[in-house]
Design a protein around this ligand. Sequence first.
Ligand SMILES: [Ca+2]
Length: 126
Amino acid sequence: MSSVIGTVYVPVEPNNTWQINCISNASYPQRVTVTLPGAPPTVFSGQGENRQMTTSSGSMCSMVQSNSCSRSATILIENFQGGRWVPSKVMQPIVTDMGMAKFYIIKSEDGSDDDWNDATVYIYSR
Ligand SMILES: [Ca+2]
């Protein structure tokens, strides 16, 4: 599985609804920024083992609508180390295509143990 630093791109169907959840398994604080075209970014943050990350309003799940010309969304995953936010290593999305809907899992790594669960993003798109 190939990985990149910081940002991956997820294809977006026009006028879809995304239901987004993020889980942390890390001692460093984690931050996930999801940006769909035409919508303000959704930011999740959190830390600790097996914890739901939350938006600034404390929500554990975010519903975001893509617009009529949406083609691609960006997912940026960062962690807080050494007094600043640094980009994590991010795996290319794992996609399950169910026809009328798609499910994406995006895993990340903030250190060297390669457990690839420091922040994990789950997106249900339909
Ligand atoms: Ca790790």
